[in-house]
Write a protein that binds this ligand. Structure first.
Ligand code: GLN
Length: 195
């Protein structure tokens, strides 16, 4: 049994808690930095990345989140969470946590497609995953050993680098928990590797 935290500062955190529990694992809503010690993996939910970053700084989470990732504990960023993980953000000199080697573009699907659903093939996860995109970013480019797991048209919308996983869409908004189960598997493997 893995214990998975969901950063609970802003955004779609409740749905992630439900998804973790539906997979039969323990979920913890993380509101205080000390709570990170008790979890084996962490979800950074969708929401608004600039707001989330402001709250990360205000509540003293920044260094703790970077250390969590650097200690080899898995992190799954969805939508705004993907932006938080990225090493580079298009048209921005600053990044946020910078843990995953990729360049992302924010709000990148344009006005007419601000929100939409599309079936995706996700490597190692599913070939028919119904993905919900909400003012979504996408990955412009992956660097080093970051792997592309899914594309929508010519755009990268899911990627993995070692113990980091990121999607441009919101997997928690449907009843399909296969992507969360995939992340929990990453967490269980990292637990085994650390004993
Ligand atoms: N557009 C948002 C941002 O830039 C992300 C949208 C989402 O998480 N649904 O943070």
């Amino acid at each position: 049994m893995a214990t998975i935290g969901v950063l609970g500062l802003q955004g779609a955190f409740r749905e992630h808690i439900q998804s973790i529990e539906a997979c039969g694992h323990d979920a913890v809503l993380i509101k205080k930095v000390e709570q990170l010690e008790a979890v084996n993996g962490l979800v950074l939910p969708g929401g608004e990345s600039t707001t989330m970053r402001r709250l990360i700084d205000r509540y003293g989470f920044f260094d703790a989140l970077v250390q969590f990732g650097q200690a080899g504990k898995p992190i799954f960023g969805t939508c705004a969470g993907l932006i938080l993980l990225a090493s580079q953000i298009e048209n921005d000199d600053d990044n946020h946590l910078g843990l995953m080697d990729m360049t992302v573009a924010r709000n990148a699907f344009g006005r007419q497609k601000q929100s939409f659903e599309a079936p995706l093939e996700i490597k190692g996860v599913a070939d028919d995953f119904e993905a919900v995109f909400i003012r979504a970013p996408y990955v412009l480019d992956v660097h080093h050993d970051t792997e592309v797991l899914a594309t929508y048209g010519d755009k990268i919308v899911a990627a993995k680098q070692g113990h980091y996983l990121a999607t441009a869409f919101h997997p928690e908004l449907t009843d399909d928990h296969r992507l969360m189960a995939y992340f929990i598997d990453m967490v269980e493997q990292s637990k085994l590797a650390s004993v």
